[in-house]
Design a protein around this ligand. Structure first.
Ligand code: SF4
Length: 226
């Protein structure tokens, strides 16, 4: 059995958050194999994702796959080929105010982080997509604003990754707004949260930033045959 399958079995049966007293519904949602060259990180599954056992299953998936479609990916091929996971893998339940789902707490994120690190290490993707603020903040400073990040990418050279494949220190990455034709290394590209509850992607100036991001993804996908 591969190390990734062993890890995935561990995630499915994980009860760490419940044991620590956090109100989550256990049952990790993720999808993918070691052959994936692209790894997408979302925030946490919603209730329909848990029912369907499929990341980005419902409304936010529709918008996400519109963006990915603009970058040239067909939804089914993307789902079958690439790795989809989240900052926390289990459904956090409804927000106490009844509007939408609860954002996983810092302690929950910390409990789940070793799983994410192992997924990244075992899949070793060439391209990482960070979908939504929580995923973006895994790598970018908390103070960073979406307007300054969407439409940009961080590129880690093979030399940087050779020393540490889990190197996400942005000080050691090159920031860019376009694909510069590298043949190796790793790109990290942030995207906003595609939930219909978020108004950010609807503003014309932000639509232009999302277009810049999908244009860059189009170039990377074509050049790296992703
Ligand atoms: S969210 Fe992560 S750490 Fe918490 S129970 Fe689920 S798999 Fe385990």
């Amino acid at each position: 059995m591969s190390d990734l399958i062993t890890l995935q079995q561990k995630m499915v049966s994980c009860r760490l958050c419940l044991d620590a007293g956090h109100q989550i519904i256990p049952g990790a949602v993720f999808r993918g194999r070691t052959t994936a060259q692209l790894l997408l990180i979302g925030q946490a599954p919603g209730v329909t994702e848990v029912e369907a056992k499929r990341p980005f299953n419902a409304g936010s998936g529709r918008r996400l796959f519109q963006w990915l479609g603009a970058a040239g990916w067909d939804e089914q091929t993307f789902r079958d080929t690439h790795y989809m996971t989240a900052v926390t893998k289990c459904y956090p339940g409804k927000h106490p105010n009844g509007k939408g789902d609860r954002v996983p707490s810092k302690p929950e994120q910390q409990l789940c982080r070793p799983y994410l690190d192992q997924e990244i290490s075992l899949v070793n993707p060439r391209l990482i997509l960070l979908v939504g603020k929580l995923a973006i903040q895994l790598f970018y400073p908390k103070s960073a604003k979406l307007v300054d990040m969407i439409g940009t990418a961080a590129y880690f050279s093979p030399d940087t990754l050779a020393k540490n494949p889990l190197n996400f220190d942005l000080k050691q990455a090159e920031r860019t707004t376009y694909f510069r034709g590298e043949t190796e290394g790793r790109y990290i590209v942030p995207l906003p949260h595609p939930s219909g509850a978020s108004l950010w992607p609807n503003k014309p100036e932000n639509k232009a930033l999302i277009k810049q991001a999908t244009n860059m993804l189009y170039e990377i996908r074509e050049a790296w045959s992703l």
